[in-house]
Design a protein around this ligand. Structure first.
Ligand SMILES: Nc1ncnc2c1ncn2[C@@H]1O[C@H](COP(=O)(O)OP(=O)(O)OP(=O)(O)O)[C@@H](O)[C@H]1O
Length: 236
């Protein structure tokens, strides 16, 4: 996918214009995992909305991985329908032409086999986020957008979820673009990290990580974080 946002303006409450993004261009490689990082208010969510086609009022161009492909989104909050059980929530996302035979494998990979008939109100936040991941992957998207999907979880739960995301994504490769504030999370998950400046969000730099995820041990992660901090001071 290629994203180019030359300019994105918002109308402020006082009638003036706010320049949210300018000269932001990056590629999210096909079937790669790209992470977008930048300070609060630099335009990360706006970028996702533009990619989704929810905001067409900008100068630039977005080229999706596949013209007719599906796009799935995982939001900060799981956004499950409370009156449907987990399985019904996932099935609801399935387009008619998709077969659902593969759901068993998907629920198994995400450790949700015994949760299929639970209702969202009965789930912990971590389990609800797993259900949201299942719903996104069930549609076999050609592009998966994740907007801080692990925010406000305790570190142990977040770390378990990151591992589950890697397993499910490895089994069902798709072009993924995730927004996070968490550089450690980025270093664990990403093939590519795209750094944005503070508002107006511009491209600050791109770091490619080619180490296989299984080989990203604590020593490698700390060395990588230090190298990024030296190249991009103040980022940590
Ligand atoms: N509808 C809007 N009207 C006016 N200004 C807006 C609107 N939406 C976003 N903005 C402004 O545009 C900038 C980018 O917002 P955006 O939500 O994309 O940032 P973000 O990087 O996702 O922030 P955060 O990390 O805090 O979620 C912000 O300064 C925000 O105040």
């Amino acid at each position: 996918m290629s994203v180019r946002i030359d300019e994105k303006l918002f109308r402020a409450a006082d009638g003036g214009l706010v320049r949210a993004i300018e000269n932001l261009a990056f590629e999210a490689p096909k079937h790669g995992f790209t992470v977008l990082i930048g300070p609060s208010g630099c335009g990360k969510t706006t970028t996702l909305r533009i990619i989704l086609g929810l905001d067409a009022d900008y100068r630039g161009e977005v080229r999706l991985p596949e013209r007719e492909g599906r796009v799935a989104v995982v939001f900060q909050e799981p956004r499950l329908l409370p009156w449907r059980d987990v399985e019904a929530n996932v099935r609801l996302a399935l387009p008619h032409e998709l077969r659902s035979a593969d759901l068993d494998a998907l629920f198994a990979t995400l450790g949700l086999e015994t949760m299929r008939s639970r209702f969202p109100g009965e789930l912990s936040l971590g389990l609800a986020r797993r259900a949201a991941l299942a719903r996104a992957f069930a549609t076999e998207p050609s592009l998966l957008l994740l907007d801080e999907p692990f925010v406000s979880l305790d570190e142990m739960t977040a770390s378990r979820l990151r591992a589950l995301l890697v397993s499910v994504w490895s089994a069902r490769p798709t072009t993924a673009l995730m927004v996070t504030h968490n550089l450690r999370e980025a270093v664990e998950l990403a093939d590519r990290i795209v750094f944005l400046t503070a508002r107006p969000g511009r491209l600050r730099g791109v770091v490619d990580l080619d180490r296989p995820r299984a080989a990203r041990d604590a020593v490698w992660r700390e060395a990588t974080l230090r190298a990024i901090d030296e190249a991009y001071p103040g980022i940590l």
